[in-house]
Design a binder for this molecule. Structure first.
Ligand code: COA
Length: 319
């Protein structure tokens, strides 16, 4: 049995904040941000654009793209590190927003790798027969955990949500999730983290990052993760139609595209307009490239991500 990806949806907050707008508030410049990261702007959530609201909107669009009804959904898995509450899980709040009353719903915390982790869990549960029609959603409001005085981090992130609707296939299907590859190494927890959690006093609750160290790990670990996905399936670089990477930094994305011998137009890039939306970045990028017709049914798509933990991983999907 295979897990088919039947629909993709996205939601971006209405408000766009340019690099110049940030440069008017803190000691940075459009030129510095573009050159080091490729980012030109980011979407920032308004008060009503919560993780639940954005995730539910993206999910509705994924269901509509698949021609599916919310009544068919029997599991909702949400990747987020910026939930609206400690509990109920954002997935349960989204279940309620979609008026789904059957099945189960839970969150996954794996920072920027969250979507790849959630996809892997959903695929495993579908193959095990625990559910058949699953929404996997990445939804993030990093604007609420950034230290807006820290120019080393606040320029890098944005808000948004993306969702995919997955369905169990019948026998003999060659499309769908081919394999997923997950990794974590907690020894590096101190190079990218949120300082504190619900109920802890004396903590800033802000995102903290050692950018240079994260960059170094990202290039090496993502290279290994993409190789692993190809080797596991006896595939070569030439088999890949599209790379849809986590969108943290143009330099990291370019390095992965080169390593895979892909043409630049085979790499989906949204970091310029979305910045880093953590667990939402891959489904946002996937939604854009599916909706504008670049990624077509039958194409082989490679996903990869690295995030706080450290966590990282890859996934191969035939659309
Ligand atoms: N504007 C202007 N100057 C800035 C700045 C900003 N927004 N942020 C940092 N700087 C300055 C630093 O203060 C430092 O100045 P100094 O040399 O006078 O001390 C200088 O730029 C270099 O800082 P550094 O942090 O070494 O820059 P860098 O080349 O490593 O680029 C990142 C910084 C964050 C862009 C880069 O490290 C990176 O992309 N890391 C990976 C981050 C990532 O992907 N995180 C998410 C993973 S999910």
């Amino acid at each position: 049995m295979r897990t088919l990806l039947e629909g993709v949806g996205a939601y971006l907050p209405e408000r766009i904040v340019s690099n110049d707008e940030l440069a008017a508030r803190i000691d940075t410049s459009d030129a510095w941000i573009r050159e080091r990261t490729g980012i030109a702007q980011r979407h920032i959530a308004g008060p009503h654009e919560t993780a639940t609201f954005m995730g539910a909107e993206a999910a509705k669009r994924a269901l509509a793209a698949a021609g599916a009804k919310a009544g068919a959904v029997d599991a909702i898995i949400v990747a987020t590190s910026t939930p609206d509450q400690g509990f109920p899980a954002t997935a349960v709040n989204i279940q309620s927003a979609l008026a789904v009353t059957q099945g189960f719903a839970f969150d996954i915390s794996a920072a920027c790798s969250g979507f790849v982790y959630a996809l892997s869990v959903a695929d495993g549960m579908i193959r095990a027969g625990q559910c058949r029609n699953v929404l996997v959603i990445g939804t993030e409001v990093y604007s609420r955990i950034l230290n807006w005085q820290d120019r080393g981090t606040c320029v890098l992130f944005g808000d948004g949500a993306g969702a995919v609707f997955l369905r169990a296939s019948g026998q003999g299907e060659s499309r769908g999730v081919i394999s997923t590859h997950l990794h974590a190494d907690g020894r590096y927890g101190d190079i990218l983290y949120i300082d504190g959690a619900t109920g802890q006093t004396g903590k800033s609750q802000h995102l903290v990052m050692n950018g240079r160290e994260v960059f170094r790990h990202a290039v090496a670990k993502l290279a290994a993760a993409v190789d692993e996905a190809l080797e596991a399936n006896n595939l070569s670089h030439a088999d890949i139609d599209w790379l849809v990477p986590h969108q943290a930094n143009r330099r990291i994305i370019d390095a992965m595209g080169k390593r895979l011998n892909l043409r630049p137009d085979q790499v989906v890039m949204t970091v310029e307009r979305h910045a880093n939306t953590s667990a939402a970045s891959i489904p946002l990028a996937l939604a854009e490239a599916v909706q504008d017709g670049r990624i077509k049914p039958g194409h082989l798509v490679l996903l990869e991500a690295l995030g706080g933990g450290l966590t990282w991983g890859s996934a191969l999907i035939r659309l």
